[in-house]
Ligand binder design. Structure first.
Ligand code: HPA
Length: 278
């Protein structure tokens, strides 16, 4: 290996996990939560929080996207030791699929068994207005990448089963929390694309025919890595806009973040309710 070559993924995971473990001390997180664009305020809900900036964690780059801070926050949520990833890595920032999956693999090393993912997404299903919260029932990975390329790591499957990418029991709990708290909750299929450009109307029509209800630029690689490590997943999309061509409005990241901020409270209540029921 030359001096400038990136270390192989196993070493990256070991080094990042060792650093985070040392900072966590006696805390052993069972649950990790990944926050999407504009949803960063959720971390305020953790009690006894310890904040670990990405700049301190080996191999974690600083996020480059507005609306994504760059820190892991460890603390207690509804009585459960929880780790919040505030700021995720996307391929459109120039990262490899393997780097996008790095935090999830670190969580697996730390003993996390349940992963909750959130994202901002465009609504493909015609009935989805801005502000809809969609429970992710299933996903389509149209990044044509996979963070598991390469050597099989200890504790991971070579060919992970993807029959239940989003855990049926956790989805049942989420529906029940939504019903009890009177939070409207849609359910549908999320498609993950590379980005960073939003889609064309023709692409949205294609995605609709493929069976997708919401479109975004994240999540699918993280869920695949989590399933390889036996972590069960739950996902929510904050529908921040009707997808391109569904309405004549142009898409804009500031508007996406603005709507995400507005939905953040409802989404946080749902997630906290699910964690409380674990
Ligand atoms: N497309 C892709 N990603 C998104 C969108 C969208 O319409 N809205 C928020 N993230």
């Amino acid at each position: 290996m030359t001096a400038t070559a990136a270390p192989a993924p196993p070493a990256m995971i070991d080094e990042a996990a060792a650093y985070v473990r040392a900072r966590l001390g006696s805390r052993a997180p069972e649950v990790a939560i990944v926050l999407g664009s504009g949803l960063g305020q959720f971390a305020e809900r953790l009690a006894h929080a310890v904040r670990i900036p990405y700049t301190d964690i080996p191999h974690f780059p600083a996020p480059t996207v507005m609306g994504h801070s760059g820190e892991l926050v460890a603390g207690t949520l509804a009585g459960h030791e929880t780790l919040v990833q505030s700021g995720r890595f996307h391929m459109y920032e120039g990262h490899t699929a393997s780097l996008c999956a790095l935090p999830v693999r670190v969580f697996a090393r730390l003993g996390v068994r349940t992963l909750v993912l959130t994202n901002a997404a465009g609504g493909i299903r015609r009935s989805f207005g801005s502000g809809t919260v969609m429970l992710i029932a299933d996903q389509i990975n149209l990044t044509f990448r996979n963070g598991l390329f390469g050597r099989v790591l200890p504790g991971e499957e070579r060919f992970p089963d993807m029959s239940d990418p989003y855990d049926p029991a956790l989805r049942g709990i989420a529906r029940e929390v939504a019903r009890r708290r009177k939070i409207p909750l849609a359910e549908g299929v999320y498609v993950g694309l590379l980005g960073p450009s939003y889609e064309t109307p023709a692409e949205i029509r294609m995605l609709e025919r493929l069976g997708a209800d919401a479109v975004g630029m994240s999540t699918v690689l993280e869920v695949t890595a989590a399933r390889a490590a036996g972590i069960r997943c739950l996902g929510f999309s904050a529908i921040t806009n009707p997808a391109a061509g569904v309405t004549p409005h142009k898409l804009d990241h500031l508007e996406v973040m603005d709507v995400a901020y507005r939905i953040a409270g409802e989404l946080a209540e749902l997630i906290e309710g699910v964690v409380a029921a674990l």
